[in-house]
Ligand binder design. Structure first.
Ligand code: LLP
Length: 421
């Protein structure tokens, strides 16, 4: 459920008509609904009620500080995967003790920044990383809390580019070697081993892969405790999927996921952490774009819009489906006709939808891509020297620009031409 609904024939974000935002900021733009964002965060928080838990929002899904601040004020922690995300979370006012640092390639400098600024834990992905954390912690005279990310070799049954829990993926330490690695970690100075971390992939639409992974984590917890480790926190990653097409069967709900966590891990008495990104922000964001031309091709028509693959790369990169709706509500009896929805970029991959049934649209009409809040703005680029687009946040009847559109000069003047030219 989201707060983007038609009212009096036009699409609104909460109590603000999208036409009003478009008039104020121009197109294309991203718009987020605070109520939708908070609703989805609370669904997770409530799903784990009764368990000692922290929902650490995966900052990579949408990292604008206004989003981070909104979630942090509601009680969220953050999962970051780079120094930039760590700094963003801090700048948004999130205390270090609520920030978890994941990722396979943390540098000594990343680790230094996090240990100096405060960190809840590092989710360690390799043995060399463990050694570096130990060295940096000693250099700073502090103790680094860590979990080891284990790779449970489970098929997440999702798109291959976003599956992370199979043994051939670069993530984590093979679960079969976990005891050996924990033994090494326990001996290292500057390290406090507090728990286990697992994340098997993203946009999961079934609970079974989670169930398999969490059973393995439960078994490992018992084994490691028997080995003398004080395992007291389990980080279960993110990954629960969202319904991208209204017509599709809906994935399991956070409450189903919470029940699974309780069933598989509740008896261990550990603090539970989860790292959802997509489900928190995905349906809380739209990409709004204007039709530039309707082009009649041979055998098919093209809707050429002012957003492109550099603004929303998911269709080009993962063959992802995003529902596309007109901002002005079509009459109920209007006939839909198939059309290709494309951007202005000079490659065929710049296609948002092929032969999508759409109502008749004309140049100047506004359309909205649904479920664009997660992995939308954060994956955008300036390809074809297109400006990054603004982000807008709505709360009730108010809206604010939370990242403005840069000027062409700002983009162009970042280049420097060497003296010899
Ligand atoms: N934790 C870790 C360690 C992760 O790697 C990820 C996502 C998450 C949490 C959050 O997963 P979520 O709840 O959002 O599924 N760009 C792709 C998705 C990449 C996901 C990467 N890792 C897409 O647009 O579908």
């Amino acid at each position: 459920m989201d707060h983007f609904l038609y009212r009096d024939g036009a699409l609104y974000a909460e109590d603000v008509p999208l036409t009003e935002i478009a008039a104020a900021v121009g197109t294309p733009f991203y718009v987020y609904s605070t109520a939708t964002l908070l609703r989805h965060f609370h669904l997770f928080d409530q799903a784990l009620e009764g368990l000692d838990h922290l929902v650490c929002y995966a900052v990579k899904a949408a990292s604008n500080q206004a989003i981070l601040r909104t979630l942090a004020e509601a009680g969220a922690g953050m999962d970051v995967v780079s120094q930039g995300e760590y700094r963003r979370a801090k700048a948004a006012g999130v205390p270090g003790e609520r920030i978890v640092f994941s990722g396979v390639g943390k540098t000594a400098e990343d680790i230094r920044v996090a240990l100096s600024g405060g960190i809840r834990q590092f989710n360690v992905e390799s043995e060399p990383e463990l050694e570096v954390i130990s060295a940096v912690a000693q250099e700073l005279g502090v103790i680094a809390p860590i979990t080891v990310r284990v790779n449970p070799d489970v098929d997440a049954k999702t798109h291959a580019k976003i599956a992370t829990g199979k043994s051939e993926n670069k993530f984590g330490i093979p679960i079969a070697r976990a005891r050996e690695v924990y033994a090494r970690a326990a001996k290292l100075p500057g390290i406090d081993v507090i728990g286990i971390d697992v994340h098997i992939g993203s946009q999961l639409t079934q609970l079974e892969p989670f169930e398999m992974a969490y059973h393995k984590v439960a078994e490992l917890t018992e084994l490691l405790r028997a080995d003398g480790h004080n395992i007291r926190r389990l980080d279960l990653g993110g990954g629960l999927g969202i319904p991208y097409a209204r017509s599709n069967e809906a994935p399991p709900l956070p409450s189903d996921y919470g029940a699974l966590v309780r069933r598989t891990l509740g008896h261990l008495g550990c603090e539970i952490e989860i790292e959802p990104g997509r489900l928190v922000v995905g349906n809380a964001g739209l990409l709004v774009s204007e039709v530039i031309y309707v082009k009649h091709g041979e055998g098919r028509d093209f809707l050429i819009v002012d957003a492109a693959m550099n603004d929303l790369i998911r269709p080009a990169m993962y063959e992802a489906h995003h529902d596309i709706v007109p901002v002005i509500e079509p009459a109920p009896a209007v006939e839909l006709a198939p059309i290709d929805v494309v951007g202005p970029i000079c490659e065929t991959g710049d296609t948002f939808a092929r032969q999508r049934p759409m109502p008749p649209l004309a140049a100047g009409d506004l359309i909205a891509f649904r479920s664009a809040g997660a992995y939308g703005a954060v994956m955008s680029s300036e390809y074809n020297s297109r400006l990054l687009i603004p982000e807008v946040m709505v709360k009730g009847d108010q809206f604010a620009v939370i990242r403005r559109r840069p000027t062409f000069d700002e983009m162009i003047n970042r280049d420097t031409i060497p003296e010899w030219l």
